[in-house]
Design a protein around this ligand. Structure first.
Ligand code: ARG
Length: 588
């Protein structure tokens, strides 16, 4: 379905042509004087030079052709040559009725759908999830839903950090505690136990203990490094422990992510791609891309016009160990061979930007990915506490995701109980739903690349640009629609009518922007623009609600028209929050 602004612009083009001017000047935009008009066209000012004519004359010629327009109810030339416009009520209502009946509320799907992979989440197995992982999950999930909504084939991959030093640490600590286990008997040839020798709770304690100990004890650290090396070289007992760590952690991660309403199509990780490394290294050497630099194997990726030095991509350390660069390159080999993506979007902390510059350049230069593959890095900023420093707990440690959500949910539960609309179990569930929205909206409403301040009081507020405010608005609309139906009203065949008041018109024009906004959000991969839009739409609705007697309206047709508009507004808001990755409760 065509965009509202596009239809308006087409009408303006027609008028420019009819008046004898080039339609290229007929660009229409939102008015920056909303007190005077809804839209404006400044084309006459631009055309003046080409036609050697006063802009106001051109504007008047054009508006003369718009007086009978079905699209504009008002078109006036004002000095020095602006054209001020208002959309015709009938045209606006028709547009919304068409939108209400259209597939995806008028958002068009890609004509040539692409295969897009999203690399997000990126938790490190057996290490606690921290707020950086939270941001990746929240932003990545929203990006995934947005590109999918536009009809692309989208594959979300969690890309687990499951092959590093933390594994060696856990193995070492476990051996220290339970040396009798068969995993540590080198000559053991039997089957290993099915069940892991630890629970998730124990695992969560083992890692930090081992990590801290390794920092003070050189010998222990050496052992952990050696264990990492042996694991990576395939030692049976260590592989078996690794399997246990994976089982236990992945089950726990799945639980965590489902609480966040985040789900991945692929649960692949660094370990999965180790098998591609030997051939890749061989290729890089044989084709002359790689060179040795002080024993390490590297690929140069600096370019002439770099204004900051871009160091070489590190393929193998001097001891032969693979690195972060290596794994990401190997992952690209696998992605190319299994999924042939048109685009890969990496949603990762912006402090890793250089790493991705190196990896992308290396992958392109060496032909690991086809030249046409669009490798995109969506780097996000840091979530800070109120003190402006990276978010910490009250005790000063890194905030665990669960605790953070618990804190927010508790805050929400108090507020919801104060409202007294829901009680007991429902309050619990509602607090979780609203709490999640508070966290996600608080994050997504900022441009991803920027740092932001995590402010529990502000995020959980029912007022202002917050998740709870948006949900509250949706709940309010739902409740009006429910009351209408309970009193015998039918939602079938309702039609939106011509607006009569300014606030009704304003709500309609806001709603009409939907498909355009979605396209912009999609093209720019900018969930924060979706937040800005729903905030405007929610404000427009609430203004309408306060100024209008909706259910008390005596004229039944008029009332039906209001309800049709409410229904559409609700649908728009619901699609938007779904694209942001959260949902609205029934009551709150
Ligand atoms: N596990 C990494 C970390 O915690 C993030 C992984 C990001 N994705 C990637 N393909 N490198 O920093």
């Amino acid at each position: 379905m065509k965009r509202f602004l596009k239809l308006i612009t087409m009408e303006m083009e027609e008028a420019f042509r009819a008046a004898g001017y080039d339609e290229a000047y007929a660009k229409v935009s939102l008015s920056n004087r909303p007190d005077l008009c809804e839209y404006q066209c400044n084309g006459a000012l631009v055309a003046a030079k080409a036609y050697k004519k006063a802009p106001i004359m051109i504007a008047k010629d054009v508006t003369a052709h718009l007086q009978e327009s079905a699209v504009f109810s008002y078109a006036e030339a004002v000095n020095p040559g602006f054209i001020n416009l208002k959309a015709a009520p009938g045209f606006t209502a028709e547009f919304l009725n068409e939108m209400a009946g259209a597939e995806n509320l008028g958002v068009e799907k890609e004509t040539k759908p692409k295969t897009i992979m999203i690399d997000y989440g990126g938790p490190n197995v057996a290490k606690p999830l921290h707020v950086g992982h939270l941001r990746s999950a929240i932003i990545g999930e929203s990006v995934k839903r947005i590109v999918r909504f536009k009809g692309n084939q989208v594959i979300g991959d969690i890309h687990l950090g499951d092959w590093g030093y933390q594994m060696g640490l856990i193995i070492t600590e476990l051996e220290k505690r339970k040396p009798e286990l068969p995993y540590f008997q080198e000559d053991y040839e039997g089957e290993y136990p099915q069940e892991a020798p630890f629970t998730i709770g124990e695992l969560e304690e083992i890692y930090p203990t081992a990590s801290a100990y390794a920092k003070e004890n050189e010998e222990y650290r050496e052992k952990a490094l050696q264990a990492t090396f042996l694991l990576q070289s395939g030692r049976r007992g260590y592989r078996a422990i690794w399997q246990h760590i994976m089982q236990v952690s992945v089950a726990d991660l799945k639980k965590n992510y489902s609480v966040l309403n985040v789900d991945f199509d692929l649960w692949k990780g660094e370990a999965d791609v180790q098998k591609y490394i030997p051939d890749m290294v061989h290729m890089l050497k044989e084709k002359g891309f790689a060179r040795y630099d002080e024993g390490a194997l590297v690929v140069d990726v600096a370019e002439e016009d770099d204004n900051k030095a871009v160091p070489p991509c590190m393929i193998l350390k001097s001891d032969g160990a693979a690195l972060y660069d290596t794994t990401d390159l190997a992952t690209l080999i696998e992605r190319e061979s299994l999924y042939k993506p048109d685009q890969i979007i990496y949603v990762v902390d912006k402090r890793q930007e250089l790493h991705f510059v190196q990896v992308f350049r290396c992958a392109k230069k060496t032909g690991i990915v086809r030249p046409e593959v669009d490798l995109k890095y969506l780097g996000f900023g840091t979530m800070n506490g109120k003190d402006g420093k990276p978010f910490k707990t009250r005790e000063g440690g890194v905030m665990r995701l669960e605790n953070l959500l618990r804190e927010i949910t508790e805050e929400m539960r108090k507020k919801i109980m104060d409202n007294r609309t829901v009680t007991g179990e429902e309050a619990e569930a509602t607090a979780r739903t609203v709490g999640l929205a508070a966290v996600k909206y608080g994050d997504l409403s900022n441009q991803a690349s920027k740092d932001y301040i995590f402010d529990v009081d502000r995020f959980t507020s029912f007022e202002g640009n917050t998740g709870p405010y948006i949900l509250y608005t949706i709940v309010r609309i739902k409740s009006i629609l429910n009351k209408y139906q309970e009193s015998g009203g039918s939602m079938d065949a309702l039609r939106i009518r011509e607006p009569e008041s300014d606030c009704e018109k304003a709500l309609m024009l806001e709603t009409a922007k939907f498909n355009e906004v979605i396209d912009t959000v999609y093209e720019e991969i900018a969930p924060h623009k979706l937040c800005a839009y729903i905030y405007d739409a929610a404000n427009a609705f609430n203004k309408f609600y306060h100024d209008t007697r909706i259910l008390a309206e005596e004229d039944e047709e008029k009332k039906a028209g209001y309800l049709a508009l409410l229904k559409l507004t609700k649908e728009v808001l619901e699609v938007c929050i779904d694209l942001l990755g959260f949902e609205a409760p029934e009551r709150m």
